[in-house]
Design a binder for this molecule. Structure first.
Ligand code: 13P
Ligand code: SF4
Length: 366
């Protein structure tokens, strides 16, 4: 009998794990000073504190890419996940190079819709004669899926502009095919007055996505069977429990949460919306927040005169965001200083062209 052995994959920045935290921090800051305007470090709101403290710009996925494209820095170090770095590369100027400190920082939601699956699903719908349909993808998808939408007249959306993009899409076609987050799609369509009966879920592992021809013909929106493993952990009973425990608490959740959680919440909105809601709230107010724990803890620390807690009692952390650490950030910067570019994220020309078309359509609609 053959016994499988697990190989330990060497990471090029392994030696950096022997460096103390203060030294890592000092060396990162020294390189930032040295490279000056040549370097911009972007940090997504879900990054850990010991990483985000080194960023020049903080934001949600779209805001960061947009901000980076307006900077002239030659090196864009993206402290976030792979699809964000791809979008930054698509929107960047030709002389700019985008670096992701750990290539294993992916996104399980983006991985749930591969381009091959999306193309196969589209072909199945075409074979059924369903033509009045526009593909729309969430920012949290691969560049290839964005390009697929761009090439077919569709667009990208983010959690902050999904409603406007859905209006735009339904203004042109009868149906939307939405990837990869079923929850954002369902919550947005429901808020626009579409009944749950007029939505179907497309399971890429089943014929016709697991639907009848009639259901597909009737649907106003076809939702890809994808979800965020972090936001998907919040449950309706967490809302009930937190309300019982803290009288008068406000429940504020991200639209990647399940429909029943969003229905029970007081407020729903993107990462930027969540930050603004807490920032503009009254001192003494109470908040249970349904989003990634690093952001919730940061808000808790930044607003000590308000009561801020995670919606669920268990940890909702994005483990791939967490992969970006001071160790691999310093490793990437040390290499830059030495004239070597490591972990560059590049999107091929054709994919970038069509993905950009989908991103530009989104910008034109807002
Ligand atoms: P935003 O950054 O657009 O708020 O999306 C949340 C998220 O899950 C990022 O991965
Ligand atoms: Fe992906 Fe969810 Fe992590 Fe965002 S929080 S990177 S959607 S797994």
């Amino acid at each position: 009998m053959q016994v499988a052995t697990l190989k330990r994959v060497a990471r090029p920045f392994e030696a950096y794990f022997n460096i103390s935290q203060p030294e890592l921090s000092e060396r990162i800051e020294a390189i930032r000073r040295e490279l000056g305007q040549e370097l911009v470090i972007l940090g997504h709101h879900y990054q850990r504190d010991d990483v985000i403290c080194h960023s020049d710009l903080r934001g949600d996925s779209f805001k960061l890419s947009e901000m980076a494209s307006r900077r002239s820095a030659q090196y864009i170090v993206f402290c976030g996940v792979h699809f964000m770095a791809e979008s930054a590369d698509i929107l960047s100027k030709p002389h700019q190079k985008v670096i992701l400190p750990d290539l294993a920082a992916g996104c399980s939601m983006a991985d749930m819709a591969t381009i091959e699956q999306v193309e196969a699903a589209w072909d199945e719908l075409e074979d059924l004669g369903i033509r009045s349909i526009l593909p729309i993808t969430y920012m949290n998808s691969t560049a290839a899926v964005k390009a697929f939408c761009g090439e077919r007249g569709g667009a990208v959306c983010t959690s902050s502009n999904a409603k406007g993009i859905f209006d735009w899409a339904w203004g042109q076609k009868e149906k939307i095919f939405f990837f990869p987050d079923q929850h954002l799609g369902r919550n947005t369509a429901y808020a626009k007055g579409v009944s749950l009966d007029d939505m179907v879920v497309w399971d890429p592992y089943q014929e016709l996505g697991g639907n009848s021809v009639q259901a597909l013909e009737k649907a106003k929106i076809i939702l890809w069977k994808g979800h965020c493993s972090v936001h998907g952990r919040f449950q309706g009973h967490h809302v009930d429990e937190v309300r019982k425990e803290h009288k008068g608490i406000n429940v504020l959740v991200h639209p990647e949460c399940k429909w029943e959680v969003v229905e029970k919440a007081d407020y729903v909105g993107s990462t930027e919306y969540i930050i603004k809601a807490i920032a503009n709230s009254e001192p003494g107010s109470k908040w249970a927040v349904g989003t990634e724990v690093n952001l919730v803890n940061r808000l808790k620390n930044e607003y000590p005169d308000r009561f801020v807690r995670l919606l669920s009692p268990d940890l909702c952390m994005c483990s791939t965001m967490f992969r970006i650490a001071p160790e691999n950030l310093l490793w990437a910067l040390d290499n830059l200083k030495a004239g070597s570019i490591v972990n560059q994220i590049t999107v091929s020309k054709t994919v970038a062209h069509w993905a950009r078309a989908a991103l530009d359509r989104m910008l034109a609609v807002q």
